[in-house]
Design a protein around this ligand. Structure first.
Ligand SMILES: [Mg+2]
Length: 186
């Protein structure tokens, strides 16, 4: 199978690291992200937070640790003969920071698609991805509506009813189990 995999919140444990930096910057003490839109959680204008990210991008993309079990899981997927295509909403300008981070933690990669503001669904179709791993409910819904099954890695900001063809996973171990199960039955 050719599997599409998101980076932030799936491979990189970005949000806890960013939450710390944002708390420091805004003088807040938010411990749980209940909304994927962080500017809403911090109650600041989108542009203001965006500016903070742009200004500190190198640091912000360097500090997260990998998600627990991600590297081992990715290696297992590749060993099973699947193809991995990363699909991230990061922009092409952020490629070098992303690659540095992947190398730093030994995360295997070949193809990384930087969608920026564009819809992930277009990339899913263009690259004929057959399966997708994501943490953002809006993307999970859109990709699943295009007919591609999605594994949603559980997070505080993606609670709620699951759309059709979306399966909630609580860990990378769960993800591997689901992929193995799907490969056998399809
Ligand atoms: Mg994500």
């Amino acid at each position: 199978m050719r599997i599409g995999i998101d980076i932030d919140g799936v491979v990189s444990d970005s949000y806890p690291a960013w939450l710390g930096e944002l708390n420091r910057h805004y003088g807040k003490n938010i411990t749980v992200l209940e909304d994927y839109e962080m500017h809403l959680v911090f109650d600041v204008p989108y542009d203001d937070m965006n500016h903070f990210f742009v200004k500190n991008v190198e640091h912000l993309f360097d500090i997260p640790r990998p998600m627990k079990g991600a590297r081992e899981g990715l290696e297992r997927i590749l060993q099973a003969g699947h193809e991995v295509v990363y699909v991230t909403a990061r922009s092409q300008d952020e490629e070098k920071y992303t690659l540095n981070w992947m190398k730093k933690y030994g995360i295997p990669y070949e193809q990384i698609l930087f969608t920026g503001e564009k819809s992930k669904v277009d990339y899913v179709k263009q690259w004929k991805l057959e399966f997708f791993i994501e943490d953002y409910m809006v993307n999970a819904q859109a990709i699943s509506e295009a007919g591609v099954p999605v594994l949603l890695l559980n997070a505080s900001y993606n609670q709620g009813k699951l759309p059709e063809r979306v399966t909630r996973c609580h860990s990378w171990q769960d993800i591997i189990k689901e992929i193995e199960c799907f490969s056998i039955h399809s």
